[in-house]
Design a protein around this ligand. Structure first.
Ligand code: FNR
Length: 220
């Protein structure tokens, strides 16, 4: 896949359903977000975590065999996009180990791909909070890696009864709110990708060498 740097054509968005489970509610939400993004004119790449098989992070394994294929495949998909969406479950009020493990492996690759991307976080859960606490926890590693995580997030509560047969949300008002969130996010990504005056990067990723100044945080 070609990388996202200064490409022509529609915005590229990678949408990842971050659960391994075959009947995943987050995969359904990822699919709906993908359809909404395609409706808004984006070029969408939809995947689930099942496509990115990788062992638990182990420094010895990395030293002897390098970063595993599954993590490199995920890196490639991230490299291609301008922005990504994570539809992630919440486990015990936080980020599922599978998701954090994938972030940890991919963060070992240079150039580290998260730092030039925008991200939108969404979740689905049968609970009443919809997995929203997991998304707050997910912001931490992503923002650490330099991803510009969109301030607004979307969490679908009671997800086991939240989808209509056509894949839309059964609550029409909620469906509209998700569409508004998706289109507003795309507008921000569009502004950043297309308008040079906005292309200032604000990182705090200590894994990068930023030149002579140890404390340099912004790049033009
Ligand atoms: C959960 N689940 C869950 N849900 C939630 O809203 N808050 C939570 O803290 C947890 N904790 C939790 C821990 C573990 C270990 C499991 C297996 C599950 C329920 C979870 O949201 C539910 O299984 C979702 O359906 C998972 O997402 P997918 O696989 O359907 O996308």
């Amino acid at each position: 896949m070609p990388t996202a740097a200064a490409h022509a054509g529609p915005l590229r968005v990678f949408v990842l359903g971050a659960s391994l489970r075959s009947g995943s509610a987050n995969a359904r939400l990822a699919s709906l977000v993908s359809a909404m993004m395609a409706d808004a004119g984006a070029d969408v790449d939809l995947a689930t975590m099942r496509e990115f098989d990788m062992p638990l992070y182990d420094g010895d394994l990395e030293a002897s065999q390098g970063v595993p294929e599954g993590a490199l495949a995920l890196r490639d998909r991230l490299e291609w996009c301008d922005a990504f969406v994570l539809a992630s479950p919440e486990y015990n009020a936080s980020v599922p180990g599978v998701v954090k493990n994938a972030i940890d492996w991919v963060s070992r690759v240079r150039p580290q791909p998260f730092k030039t991307k925008h991200a939108l976080l969404v979740s689905a859960s049968p609970s009443l909070v919809g997995g929203n606490r997991g998304l707050w926890a997910l912001r931490v590693p992503l923002e650490h890696l330099g991803t510009r995580v969109y301030p607004d997030m979307f969490s679908l509560a009671a997800a086991h009864q939240g989808f209509a047969e056509d894949g839309q949300l059964s609550d029409a008002g909620l469906n509209e709110r998700l569409r508004e969130t998706v289109t507003a996010f795309l507008s921000l990504v569009e502004a950043d990708a297309r308008y040079v005056c906005l292309q200032r990067r604000w990182y705090e990723f200590l894994g990068d060498r930023t030149g002579s100044s140890v404390t340099q945080r912004a790049e033009d």
